[in-house]
Design a protein. Structure first.
Length: 223
């Protein structure tokens, strides 16, 4: 009984500490800086020069494909259904290959990697676009979200405007010109502050092994 009470008290203490840290981050940082701080923390963890946070891994992949003006993408036959959908929405054609992958795979032949199921220290490969997920069943669970890691600074500037309706990181009324038709794909400060807290507990290497259906004969959608 004593051990049960002790464990219960520790759980309550941890929960309150977690939410106090989130409140502290939100009070201390402006809405744009907290997202930037999360990007910097994750970039340092994976060994990437830059990181851009968005609202899902799928949209991270989508923005990479639009930026690179993809034509045809070859995917593993067993992957999450949103990935071939994103290929079509980005203006490309989908082809499936039957092969085993673990943690991460390439959207062939482009240097785009779906790493939704992997998060490891110094995992970034130069001259690539590696996309990760922060959804509920992933390694760093903040509810929903994604991120692109890259060493291409021009792409970073493009991603940041593309994710935020073409806006710059400033109050709406302070922007003089809107010359970019972007999307509503930004990460909220609340999610970023939660990510900052949880990122402190990341292991050096972790991989998920989800089960996916074989889309090679199930996926019939066309652009």
């Amino acid at each position: 009984m004593t051990n049960y009470v002790l464990l219960f008290c520790l759980k309550i203490a941890f929960t309150w500490t977690f939410y106090i840290k989130i409140i502290w981050y939100n009070m201390r940082m402006n809405p744009y800086k907290v997202v930037h701080d999360f990007e910097v923390k994750m970039a340092n963890f994976v060994g990437s020069p830059y990181a851009v946070a968005v609202d899902s891994c799928t949209n991270a992949l989508f923005l990479c494909m639009v930026y690179l003006k993809i034509k045809k993408i070859i995917l593993p036959s067993k992957t999450y259904i949103s990935v071939p959908c994103a290929v079509i929405h980005a203006g490309g054609d989908v082809e499936f290959e039957n092969y085993y992958w673990e943690g991460s795979y390439q959207l062939k032949p482009y240097p785009i990697y779906d790493s939704a199921c992997k998060l490891a220290k110094n995992m970034y490969e130069p001259k690539t676009y590696q996309c990760i997920s922060f959804s509920a069943n992933k390694i760093l669970n903040i509810g929903k979200g994604g991120m692109v890691f890259t060493d291409n600074l021009d792409a970073v500037h493009w991603f940041k405007k593309a994710r935020y309706e073409g806006r710059e990181e400033k109050p709406l009324m302070d922007q003089e010109v809107f010359d970019f038709a972007g999307w509503n794909m930004y990460m909220t400060p609340e999610q970023a502050s939660r990510g900052l807290v949880l990122a402190s507990y990341l292991k050096d290497h972790e991989v998920r092994h989800p089960e996916y259906p074989d889309l090679s004969f199930k996926f019939k959608a066309k652009k």
